[in-house]
Design a binder for this molecule. Sequence first.
Ligand SMILES: Cc1cc2nc3c(=O)[nH]c(=O)nc-3n(C[C@H](O)[C@H](O)[C@H](O)COP(=O)(O)O)c2cc1C
Length: 316
Amino acid sequence: MRIYLAPIRGITDCIYRNTFGRYFQGVDAAVAPFISSVQGRKIKAAYLRDILPENNRDMPLIPQVLSNDPDDFLFLAQQIFALGWQEINWNLGCPAPMVANKHRGSGLLANPERICQVLDKVLQFYPGQISLKVRLGRDSPTELERLLPILDQYPLSEIIIHPRLGVQMYKGVPDLEAFRRCLPLTRHNLVYNGDIIDVPSFASRQKSFAGIHHWMIGRGLLANPFLADKIKNGEICLKIGNVPDILKKFHNELLDQYKIRLCGDSHVMGRMKGLWGYLADFFANPAKIRKKINKIRRITDYQNAVDNIFTRKNYK
Ligand SMILES: Cc1cc2nc3c(=O)[nH]c(=O)nc-3n(C[C@H](O)[C@H](O)[C@H](O)COP(=O)(O)O)c2cc1C
């Protein structure tokens, strides 16, 4: 079994991924939040910094690309390969209207011809491996059902499917029956991604899809970083202390690094508030914790507040 940490822009940057890798077991690799180019010929410095090998020593990484243009994609793929990464992931799932309206991310799923143009070009010159991360479609699951057989002609490493539509964003529930319909439509290895939030939600999907051995988890791991370990090992493998201690140390290390990397209290607080949007669910009263954290402006106040949260009485 393989478990990937899903890309969550705004949270799973290199600081988060590496710190996660030092504290928690069970995740085999992370896919990075997407990188795109500026006018086809430049990668933003912040995007590049996030995938530099020296900034990614503690978690195996697969960089991700967002593009709908053969030359632009090839440029990005070659830049990433030159850094030393052997595999890239192509984002064909992003539901954000700003992305999808421009026929990128999930907005490209209804256009297999364009997808083929990109793959034809890139696979001709790019020596690495490519995987795809897709949704069922932007507007209809027939988009992926039509695309999958066409993709059989390409040597893809795997296809990660988040079984929602782009227009759904993150609403509703994953369409497991639509995912099932995808299974016979492809020769490629499929990875299931979506709403695995605890061991039972993983176990029921594992039971439903016996042929799936690779899983991707995003929000569930942000809310419970021990989840992959629990899924793989049945219980948490505590190498360096008890659960509250590890979680607190993990959090404090993230905070220390963001204080160095980001400029000023409001940026650091923005980042930590984003994290608590998910991590609060680890605790007994998530709504109360979110409310408390969201009110805080200064890092010193924040540090006092989180010291209180990380006390045993708050754990479920
Ligand atoms: C705030 C946010 C940012 C995301 N950023 C990305 C991204 O950069 N690339 C990508 O492929 N998916 C992105 N996703 C989608 C996740 O990787 C994942 O597919 C989705 O959350 C469903 O999996 P989960 O239920 O395990 O979280 C993002 C999701 C959220 C909520």
